[in-house]
Design a protein around this ligand. Structure first.
Ligand code: GTP
Ligand code: SPV
Ligand code: MN
Length: 590
């Protein structure tokens, strides 16, 4: 007799009508075959899905160009279909579930014709972890199938784990005709089902990532008492060998991958990453917060990544341990057959094609790589991967960082007075928008906890949930906010960032141990410049003072914008958040 899983796959095939169905087992040999199909059979925009890159410079690496209209997440086409609109909240697009299902059924009828349907059994989290979730995604794209092998733990064991269960996590994905007018990413949280059509891009198409592990998992976490967050998880080893674990929420394309892989500018400090994008966090029996990274790979922003900014990522990308590594929408050097992007040195004598295949040279004003060009590579390629990565129980978190990209106003680092104040910090967080989503770039929007596009339910309830998690902990982590992105009058970054961010992490760790000094300001504790370890970095003292200062009178517009944002949630916004707001308002004055 067919299992519920087999029946479900059969039903989806009846609707989408693929030429054939292929059940993936996750083996390396199979990954080679999928890549091969992407080279010789499947096409995007008339061109092969993959081409092989220079294997001696970039082992296991393949190049992919997406459809030019399909380069980033499309938040306006993303819906969370709870039974009622209130539950989805003003932070989500909403459609009634029955209407959404009907719409998707129409769009999906026959959408896989002429293509293979790949059945991808994958696990989010280590299989031995009590937090792991067995999932199935169907897709008609070799690019998506290959990417899911990198980003998740994919294999037959998941099918055994699902067994006769009905309630496994489901994802149905088709690239459709890649027309943005027929593109939709629909979430059905109560059914743990994501239905996505019309895009092959990361967050729209790799359904284990943002769709399940954040939007749907955040809803599960709300109901079950845990947190699914858009956060880095990393260990920081001090010169005495003590490792402190932290989690950090920074909005899309605002520095998570770089933070997770940081090469310390301070001698004696070492970084051990566990994850660069998603954290699932549970309160342990000892009253501490424990985090796991449910993913198994990095889907990172290529532009800006170099031996100077992020040597550990370049080493990861050049590692040949796990097959394959993918480069999407970077430029391509036709002479050496290597990927290229802004931030790398321009290769002597290059014959460069831009991300769309057009001849390009550095005198052109347009960028060669798409600003949201990405690499996809296994976490096991990372030479500094934390030995705790595969620990099913996760790691205890001592500090939580929230941050944003702000050219002005927001100081380099601030420590919240306590958990409730920290949740308010997160609630009022703003960030300038980036190329990770299709929208106007560089405008400040509120992006609490870097979760605005990913919180799968009403954000007022989300803050209440955070407050209640805080009350469950005997030892809650301290909460800090950071901003690496202050600019000067020429628009240049004032803080060197990247490996120098260890100076801030060191202060944060010392604060959690009660060691480092700080000044009390209206928004929280901020280090004086003497409190930071600036060994080996020369920076004009006035500049450092500038990015550490809080001129509370300047915060008035920020407060007004925060008020507008919080008011949208009406009765759902907890009184504690308004209490904190009132306290700040009082400091700022009239
Ligand atoms: P998502 O994958 O979209 O969630 O992004 P992310 O948060 O992981 O951002 P990532 O680390 O990929 O950084 C995005 C961009 O910001 C890249 O171009 C980086 O080079 C740049 N960046 C990261 N960290 C810093 C920093 O400390 N200072 C400056 N100036 N730029 C940074
Ligand atoms: C982000 O946009 O936050 C990303 C890339 O990490 S995506 O997988 O597309 O969400
Ligand atoms: Mn992200």
């Amino acid at each position: 007799m067919a299992t519920p899983l087999e029946k479900w796959v059969e039903q989806q095939a009846q609707l989408t009508k693929p030429d054939d169905i292929y059940w993936c087992n996750g083996s390396e040999e199979e990954a080679h075959r999928i890549i091969e199909r992407g080279i010789s059979k499947e096409k995007i925009n008339g061109a092969p899905v993959f081409s092989k890159l220079n294997q001696s410079a970039w082992p296991n690496a393949y190049y992919h160009r997406s459809h030019p209209t399909d380069v980033a997440r499309t938040e306006h086409l993303t819906y969370v279909c709870h039974a009622d609109k209130e539950t989805a909240g003003p932070n989500n697009n909403w459609m009634a579930p029955a209407e959404a299902m009907e719409k998707m059924r129409k769009l999906s009828d026959g959408c896989m014709r002429g293509r293979t349907m790949y059945v991808l059994p994958y696990m989010m989290g280590h299989p031995d972890s009590p937090y792991a979730k067995p999932c199935i995604q169907l897709t008609d794209s070799a690019y998506v199938a290959a990417s899911m092998r990198i980003m998740t733990r994919l294999g037959n064991a998941v099918i055994d784990k699902i067994g006769a269960r009905e309630n496994f996590v489901k994802g149905l994905h088709s690239i459709g005709d890649l027309n943005p007018e027929r593109r939709l990413i629909m979430h059905f949280p109560d059914e743990k089902f994501v239905w996505s059509i019309g895009s092959g891009y990361g967050g729209n198409a790799l359904l284990g990532k943002k769709c399940f592990s954040l939007r749907i998992a955040s809803w599960q976490g709300y109901q079950e008492g845990w947190l699914a967050e858009h956060m880095v998880v990393m260990g920081i080893e001090d010169p005495e060998g003590k490792v402190t674990y932290i989690a950090a929420a920074l909005p899309s394309a605002c520095g998570k991958t770089n933070l997770a892989m940081l090469q310390s500018a301070l001698p004696g400090y070492k970084i051990w990453p566990l994850g660069d994008d998603i954290a699932w966090m549970n309160v342990g029996s000892d009253g501490r917060l424990y985090a796991i990274n449910p993913e198994a790979g990095f889907f990172g922003v290529a532009p800006g990544t170099s031996m100077k900014t992020n040597p550990n990522m370049i080493r990861t990308l050049k590692n040949d341990k796990f097959f394959p590594t993918l480069f999407t929408n970077t430029a391509l050097n036709k002479i050496t057959n290597e990927p290229w992007w802004e931030g790398l040195d321009y290769p002597e004598g290059a014959d460069m094609e831009d991300w769309q295949g057009k001849t390009w040279n550095p005198s052109m004003s347009a960028k060669a790589a798409h600003p949201n060009a990405r690499f996809t590579t296994s976490i096991y390629n990372c030479p500094i991967l934390s030995k705790e990565y595969d620990n099913p129980g996760g790691v205890p978190i001592s500090a939580i960082i929230v941050g944003g990209r702000r050219a002005h106003l927001v100081p380099l680092v601030t420590e919240a007075f306590n958990w409730q104040h920290g949740v308010f910090h997160a609630a009022r967080m703003g960030s300038e928008t980036t190329a990770a989503a299709a929208h106007q770039i560089g405008v400040v929007r509120r992006d609490p906890m870097a979760m605005l596009p990913f919180c799968g339910y009403n954000m007022g309830d989300y803050f209440r949930h955070w407050l209640s998690i805080g009350k469950k902990m005997a030892n809650p982590p301290k909460i800090f906010s950071v901003n690496w992105f202050r600019t000067d009058e020429n628009g240049s970054f004032i803080w060197p960032g990247f490996g120098d961010n260890i100076r801030i992490l060191k202060w944060i760790i010392e604060r959690t141990n009660g060691k480092a000094g700080a000044k009390k300001t209206a928004i929280g504790f901020v280090p004086a410049k003497e409190d930071l370890d600036m060994t080996g970095l020369s920076m004009e003292p006035e500049k450092l003072d500038g990015i550490l200062s809080v001129n509370i009178k300047d915060w008035k517009p920020e407060l007004e914008d925060t008020k507008k944002f919080l008011q949208q949630f009406g009765e759902r916004m907890p009184a504690e958040i308004w209490q904190e707001f009132a306290a700040l308002e009082k400091e700022i004055g009239g």
